[in-house]
Ligand binder design. Structure first.
Ligand code: NAX
Ligand code: ADP
Ligand code: K
Length: 450
């Protein structure tokens, strides 16, 4: 299931909306703290708990959780960095009947819950604070962050001060961009989303398992999708992409190549010519292994068909505005992105959206925190993918998968999101010693699980 993602400002607006509709702020805080306590009960055994509370509403969630955990039978200690400064947090503090010790005297405890700062963090933590926090977090059996690890910038995933490693992060109403952006996402552990009754409808979301289009009982290979791949100077890469397209359910995969490609399955047709005016083509794929052959990209752009532009072809585009009016999906990694769009300011999310707007294309901005951006402002964040995807050729596999799903009839944004999700899942199925060829073999297994 897709999970909504809101910026800190959007989250505050959603909270104001809920309050205006009759839900008091203290009720939202009660729900958040209770959900935090229940998540602890669900995931963690009955060991002593230390809650570290800050001055704002993140700390308020902590006092509420302390009360619920104590009622569940946990031995609970609370340590505060500062007195509550918001009305809701003061209320939550007043409802906690146990002692509150100074932060400086808090000692190592099996379960540590960081409720110091959440979406309201405005600057890095002072050194004595983050050093002590990291010690408590890294020496805990289980470390849990309330909403966000303290030190993380909610909107862009930057670390305003160093953070420890958390096993679990419990967030409320919606995920925040930092849950799915590097470097913050690498230290969050599992991210659990608790419903606190706010309306989190959003154009930004975390990609969930896709719904692939059902096969027509009376379908034929062309109606299932024809992917036309354009080879270049290093055909191994387009072979991987073509294989991936075939394994992702395209009805027909064709490769235009001047050199015969060894080892391609016989079901993938190799042709010398490139009739790109063929109306049966569902998607053209250009770029993997292309080399410096701009005329192949130009040829692809003369065809009025959906097109995936990957790898070398991205560097050959020139001006992003050239792609306006085409039905294009671009799949840059960091280097390719900067080559085409230049060095721009802002978070990865903002840069992805700006790139989609300039090129009027769907942008799959790859990396450990892959984003899919559309020209109309939709933004999808990939769930964490295994680090072993960082191996040669996995990007070629992804572009083949996107082309197949586009040819099968998904729209460009949905095709990219579905392929990104399946790519990550196929990598999990293939295991940590996989190479890109194994990833291709795992695609049907990932699809069969849906
Ligand atoms: N917005 C919502 O809908 C809800 C928010 N809730 C909680 O409220 C949190 C946000 O609360 P707040 O906006 O009060 O913000 P925080 O509790 O994250 O922190 C804000 C407080 O910390 C201070 N501060 C910020 N950076 C600091 C630093 N580096 N060193 C020392 N002090 C610093 C600020 O001056 C302010 O007093 C969320 O993360 C979540 O846990 C929940 O109670 C549920 C509902
Ligand atoms: N550390 C990582 N963790 C998870 N996924 C990663 C990581 N590094 C790269 N990836 C993914 O692996 C793929 C690599 O693509 P790319 O850089 O184009 O490689 P290649 O050109 O060798 O095919 C992308 O889908 C990217 O999102
Ligand atoms: K926190």
């Amino acid at each position: 299931m897709a999970r909504p993602i809101l910026t800190a400002e959007q989250m505050r607006a959603a909270e104001r909306q809920a309050i205006a509709s009759g839900t008091p702020e203290t009720t939202l805080m009660e729900r958040a703290g209770q959900a935090l306590a229940e998540t602890v009960r669900l995931h963690v055994g009955p060991r002593d708990v230390l809650l570290l509370c800050g001055p704002g509403n993140n700390g308020g969630d902590g006092y509420v959780a302390a009360r619920h955990l104590a009622a569940m039978g946990y031995t609970v200690k609370v340590a505060a960095w500062a007195d509550p400064t918001s009305d809701a947090a003061r209320w939550a503090r007043s409802q906690w009947n146990g002692p509150v010790e100074p932060f400086a005297s808090a000692t190592e405890t099996p379960i540590v819950i960081d409720c110091l700062f959440g979406t309201g963090l405005s600057r890095g933590l002072e050194q004595s604070l983050f050093q002590r926090l990291m010690l408590l977090v890294d020496n805990a059996l289980v470390a849990i962050a309330c909403d966000l690890p303290s030190g993380v910038s909610s909107d862009d995933g930057a670390l305003l001060s160093p953070i420890g490693r958390y096993d679990l992060t419990v967030t409320f109403g919606a995920l925040k961009p930092a849950h799915r952006l590097m470097p913050a996402m690498a230290s969050m552990g599992r991210v659990v989303l608790a419903d606190i009754g706010i309306d989190a409808g959003s154009a930004w979301f975390e990609i969930g398992a896709p719904d692939l289009p059902p096969l027509e009982p009376a379908g034929h290979k062309y109606s299932r999708g024809l992917v036309h791949c354009l080879a270049g100077q290093m055909p191994g890469a387009i072979a991987l992409a073509a294989n991936a397209a075939a394994r992702s359910g395209a009805g027909y995969v064709r490769v235009s190549t001047s050199l015969p490609i060894d080892g391609l399955p016989s079901s993938i047709v190799q042709t010398g010519g490139a009739d790109l005016q063929d109306e049966r083509i569902g998607c053209i794929l250009v770029g993997p292994g292309l080399g410096d052959v701009p005329q192949v990209l130009t040829l692809a752009l003369t065809a009025p068909r959906p097109i995936v532009i990957d790898a070398d072809a991205i560097g050959l585009v020139g001006e992003p505005e050239r792609l306006q009016g085409h039905d294009t999906i671009l799949t840059p990694h960091e280097g390719e992105f900067r080559k085409l769009f230049g060095e721009s300011e802002g978070s990865k999310a903002e840069r992805a959206l700006e790139a989609a707007r300039r090129s009027q294309s769907v942008i799959v901005y790859k990396g450990p925190d892959t984003l899919v951006a559309s020209p109309v402002g939709s933004l999808a964040f990939a769930p964490p993918a295994p680090a072993w995807l960082a191996t040669a050729g996995t990007g070629d596999v992804l572009s083949g998968m996107i082309a197949a799903l586009r040819a099968r009839g998904l729209g460009p944004f949905d095709a990219a999101c579905a392929a990104v999700w399946l790519h990550g899942r196929a990598a999990e199925v293939a295991g940590s010693a996989m190479i890109a060829d194994d990833l291709v073999e795992a695609i049907p297994l990932a699809i069969a699980e849906l």
